[in-house]
Structure formats: C-alpha cells, structure tokens
Design a protein around this ligand. Sequence first.
Ligand code: ATP
Ligand code: MG
Length: 303
Amino acid sequence: MKQIIPVASGKGGVGKTTTVANLGISLARKGKTVIMIDLDLGESNLHTVMGIKNIKPGLGHFINKREDSFESLIQETGFERLYLITGDSLFPGAANLPYFQKKKIIKSIRELTADYILLDIGSGSSYNVIDFFLISPENIIVTIPETTALLNAYSFLKNALYRLIYLALPPHSEERDYFNEFSRESIEKGENNLSNLVKVIGSFSEELSGRISHSLTQFSPHVIFNMSLNDDEKFITDKLIKITDKNLGKKIRTAGQIPWVNEMRRSSIIMKPYLQLYENSVYENAMNHLVSYIEENFKFRFN
Ligand SMILES: Nc1ncnc2c1ncn2[C@@H]1O[C@H](COP(=O)(O)OP(=O)(O)OP(=O)(O)O)[C@@H](O)[C@H]1O
Ligand SMILES: [Mg+2]
C-alpha cells in the first residue's frame, strides 16, 4: 500500500520543487521509502534542487525514446531510501504531452512500489497539470500568502473540480452538453453551484451523479502556505479557505505553514537541499510538522 501525493500550484515560483525535495528528505529520514517524480514537463528542475546531474534517463526518455521500463528510470539521490525520477529537460517539447502518453505515465506511476510517491507538478491549469494533480484524490496545493498566488490557487482548485466532473461524463452525452452550459455561467455570483449541477446530472443518470458525488467528496486538497513571514498573515490564508468553501463547497485544510528562510538562496546557489545544509532550523521544524500532518491526515492508499 502506498500514498501518491501530487504537489501543484496555481502560480509559478511558490516553492513546489523546494517543498517536494525537502519533504522527501524528511520522510526518508523518518524511515519511509520515497520516490520523487519530476512531472513539471518543460521546466523540470527537481534534480538541480537535489544537486543531481541530469545524465541518466528520465521522463523525457520514456516519452521520446519509448523507454519501456518506467521502473528503470528510478535513480538514487545520495539519501538513504529517497529516490528520484527526473523530468524531461534534455528533450524539448514534452510539455505538450499527447493524451495516450499521459495515461501511460499515470498508469506507470500507480504501479511503482514505495511508501510515498511525491509528484512535483507544473503550475497553471493546463489539462496535463490538472490530470497529474487528480492522480490522487488527496493532494497538496502550494501557495504563498499573497493575493495573486491565493487567487491562482483558488482558480486552480476550481479548474480541477470541473475537470473531475467533466472526465466522468460520457462523451457526446446530454450530461456533457448540460455541463458545458453550466460552465459558461459564473459560480462566483452564487446562482450556480456544484451540488445543483450534480442534482441535474442525477435527473439524466442517478448512477452517474452518485459516482460524481462520491469523487467530489473524496477529493481532499490540502494547502501549504510557503514563504510565510509571520502569524499576521493568517487573515489572508483564511481567505482562500473561505472562498473555496463558499464557491466550490470544498473545505480545504492547511497542511502546513512553512517559513521564509533567507538561507534558501545559498541552498539554491550551491545546489544542495536546505535540509542537507542546515540542522535544527525553523524550516526543518516545519517540514517535520508537515510529515506528522501527512501521517495523521492523508488516508487514501493505492495498492
Ligand atoms: N521557504 C522558502 N524560503 C525562502 N525561499 C524559498 C522558500 N521556498 C522556496 N524558496 C525559493 O523560491 C524560489 C522558487 O522555488 P521553487 O523553484 O521551489 O518554486 P516552484 O513552485 O517549484 O517554481 P516553478 O513554478 O517554476 O516550478 C526558489 O528560488 C527557492 O529557492
Ligand atoms: Mg518547480
């Protein structure tokens, strides 16, 4: 039984890759086997944050050279129990992944063996990004306590919920026509909401609306507020939680508040993960809290 944890963000540069790298180290130090996968196709840099040269086959090979074995892409990181599958930075163009390739990658990820599989996903709301985010119903969205980043996080979650529903609807069906009509109206104005949508789908097919309701209930995004400066920022982080609850009917939970640390710049320049350089820091403390949060709150397991 393993846990797959996709890590995404609406806005770029909020710290997904840094968080995945250091969370991976923290989980491995707690005795867990962890595979980190760089799914930020087109912008892969998890290997650089880990201080690993990009010379072994990664996802780019799997996509372009039709490397058959996904497992053979797993490489060591120098940390016990912590492994990495690099992205595609040696192969331009992989960001525009055809649908069948995306399905193949998703299937291959589900077949891996580890305690935790952490997915560093790109930012934005393209279908590739959202479909990787939806690999697991329990996932992490990283943001920073700034209005633009929070609004992008909200839009990302809205797009993810819409995509979740859309993918469940049969192609060329009345349900899909209704969904397309629904999507043209604003849900922010309060006239439209997702539970009404599910009700109307129920009038076409009860079984389908039951399945969608179940997926919506199961969908549990957790949010990390990175680069946090002080507790006064709580008012702005609470805003994200409130608007997602009000407009999307989704109570997202805070997985952690990770402090801004000046020394992250040095970690990035000398290409060594923060936790390898600094011990007993506030950052390490926050990462350990995040590990405990995940152990206590993430329930979904894959076989
Ligand atoms: N807690 C932190 N304190 C200070 N700096 C941080 C922190 N977390 C990340 N950074 C810095 O912020 C920058 C962006 O981080 P990172 O590359 O991890 O973001 P990202 O979300 O993966 O970006 P992208 O969307 O481009 O993939 C980097 O320079 C990183 O060193
Ligand atoms: Mg990144």
